[in-house]
Design a protein. Structure first.
Length: 609
């Protein structure tokens, strides 16, 4: 996720662009840049690092005169953070400057087409392809060139464009990534999100997919994908500035919980082509997959809990032994690895000290390392043999939610890819798995729909002293994550146990009214879980049950409260059951008045041992 802004008016553009980008830094902050028409051409200043670096170079904008410009703060997806990979990206003839939020899925194919025609590229980004295509199709009409480009690109984009031939205009177009137009008096704006322009205007128009905006300082015109003029109704923004940075949500955590369907869509869809899994530039040939004798998953915290789910997926699909380890243990336990071991490292930040140390330990012992990371160009990403990014966008809340979901999605993709390469899974079964994976974003939306039920339940138990989560198989894996979410933001004591383990000690903890959340979505052990529910109820517990919709009536007979999720492939169930459990933790912490986005004693990235 990146932040883009644009300005056209009578005031200097650069100071506004910098101020707007500062309001969008939550969307991405590994590099930033601006392009301004300065009377003779497009002048671009950009740099790796936080926005403050660019601000210093531009002396607050004074160093870059001009009244038309675009700006960008980056969350890298293609091309590690660097000066040259920063936006704006410029066409090689200097005619177009472009800022982009999104992922051009077919950029390599388009890039090769232009390379064969002698176009020279300087960056590793997908965005530069757009700038070069604009110049390639430009025959004097920018609107037509934009249409030619958007007819050919696949994927998601919000584009801000300026052209050296028409310095009195800013152009914008979007598909799947948000983009708004701000309407001022003698000036107009574009932005990824409302906070960037709220200081200037509250009158906006939201671009819909494939709509194009052509802004001059006194006019804002809109066109559809066929370049036909359309009318758009402005709307008045009522938010205050601080709420706007969170997209109208009270906390980043809730915003990120609600972003999960979109984050899943961005992470999954570019990796499924014609019914097959395609894994970016990961070099895992069928021969290499066959040689893998053991898989380790190593991570910390929530990322470790993803590994617990992964074990079920990998062992079912590949019948290859898998060990899941917390990094702080793995790095010191003299693990048995060799060149036939695949070690999968999972980390949102890509900077967790224990996880990085575990990666180095694995490489020292000859293992191949594939990492699943959310921050492009992070240390873990740079030291891995292969990297698969979770295109979740920046995760600001300390409690991880959308990173967990997209890490799970990448785990499913890797397991299915390896099964695809091994060729042991019957085609119909593989097709069913892939279909479920493609349905996951919409099913996640469905799981989000009934927040009120969870909020009501949380209102009854936010004063609890202890809350236990139980489950079996993948439900146990989800319970581990649910318990961590609850304790890290609400400070309520919580534990997760396998259902079968209760009678071996933990059940002595139960008292009258103790809350137990029973995850019972895994159908094959549903009856076993019902026995466990009866066990805890016999000791006075109150039980919230979570299951798939087809078992709702059975669950109602045994539990006090129920929440249901859609059915999906067994090893993908945690992707859906975790959503009500994230919401439960959020509402409990909210009702306790906790600092949800920044819980006490915690940091977003634990870069020390
Ligand atoms: C999760 O909510 C926590 N913030 C924490 O457990 C986190 O998952 C852990 O520190 C690992 O971080 P990483 O994924 O960035 O490596």
């Amino acid at each position: 996720m990146c932040g883009i802004v644009g300005y056209i008016g009578e005031e200097q553009a650069a100071p506004f662009l910098l101020g707007g980008l500062q309001k969008l830094e939550y969307r991405g902050y590994d590099s930033a840049g601006v392009a301004v028409y300065n009377g003779t051409g497009l002048h671009v200043v950009k740099s790796k690092g936080r926005l403050s670096v660019l601000d210093g170079i531009l002396q607050g904008g004074r160093a870059l005169p001009g009244v038309v410009g675009i700006g960008h703060t980056r969350w890298a997806t293609h091309g590690a953070p660097s000066d040259v990979n920063s936006h704006p990206q410029v066409s090689d003839g200097g005619m177009f400057a472009v800022v982009h939020n999104g992922i051009i899925e077919n950029y390599l194919q388009l890039k090769n087409h232009l390379l064969r025609r002698g176009v020279e590229f300087v960056s590793d980004t997908d965005t530069e392809v757009v700038a070069q295509m604009l110049e390639y199709y430009y025959k004097g009409d920018v609107l037509e060139a934009i249409g030619q480009v958007t007819d050919r690109v696949e994927g998601s984009y919000a584009l801000g464009i300026i052209c050296a031939d028409c310095p009195e205009k800013v152009f914008a177009v979007r598909k799947d990534s948000p983009l708004i137009v701000g309407l001022g008096h003698g000036e107009n704006f574009i932005a990824s999100d409302i906070p960037a322009i709220l200081s200037k205007t509250r009158d906006i128009c939201r671009l819909r997919d494939r709509e194009i905006a052509v802004l001059e300082k006194d006019t804002a015109r809109f066109f559809n994908a066929d370049r036909e003029p359309i009318e758009k109704e402005p709307e008045r923004v009522q938010w205050d500035i601080s709420a706007a940075e969170k997209g109208g949500f009270e906390h980043f955590m809730m915003k990120e919980i609600c972003e999960q369907p979109e984050a899943l869509r961005k992470t999954i869809s570019p990796r499924i082509r014609d019914g097959r899994i395609v894994l970016d530039d990961v070099e895992l040939t069928a021969e290499q997959v066959r040689r893998i004798s053991k898989v380790f998953i190593v991570a910390c915290g929530t990322s470790y809990h993803v590994g617990v789910v992964a074990k079920y997926a990998f062992e079912k699909l590949l019948r290859v032994p898998m060990e899941v380890d917390v990094a702080s243990e793995f790095r010191y336990r003299d693990p048995i690895l060799d060149e036939d071991t695949l070690v999968i490292i999972i980390s949102q930040s890509g900077e967790t000290a224990d996880t990085l140390a575990a990666l180095r330990e694995a490489k020292k012992r000859g293992a191949r390392v594939l990492s699943i990371v959310n921050v492009v160009g992070s240390t873990i990403a740079s030291e891995s043999d292969d990297v698969l990014y979770t295109w979740a966008g920046p995760e600001i809340a300390v409690a991880s939610t959308k990173a967990y979901s997209t890490q799970l999605a990448v785990i499913y993709l890797v397991a299915l890819y390896m099964a695809q390469e091994l060729g042991h899974t019957p085609p119909a079964e593989m097709a069913a798995y892939i279909e479920d994976l493609q349905r996951l974003p919409d099913l996640a939306s469905a799981s989000l729909a009934d927040k009120e039920t969870i909020q009501y339940f949380a209102s009854k138990y936010f004063n609890a002293k202890d809350i236990y989560f139980i489950g079996r198989n993948v439900d146990y894996a989800a319970s581990l994550e649910a318990s961590l979410k609850l304790k890290e933001i609400s400070y309520i004591h919580s534990e997760a146990y396998t259902g079968g383990e209760l009678k071996h000690g933990p059940i002595s903890l139960l008292e009258d009214g103790t809350l137990v959340v029973a995850a019972c979505t895994y159908g094959r052990l549903f009856d076993k879980m019902m026995s466990n529910v009866r066990e805890v109820k016999a000791r006075g517990a109150v039980v919230l049950g979570i299951t798939t919709r087809d078992r709702e009536e059975s669950l109602k007979q045994e539990t006090d409260y129920q929440f249901c999720i859609p059915k999906i492939t067994d090893f993908m169930l945690p992707s859906l059951s975790i959503i009500p459990l994230q919401l439960f933790a959020y509402y409990v912490a909210s009702m306790k008045g906790c600092d949800i986005d920044k819980p006490r004693n915690l940091a977003k990235s634990v870069t020390v041992e």
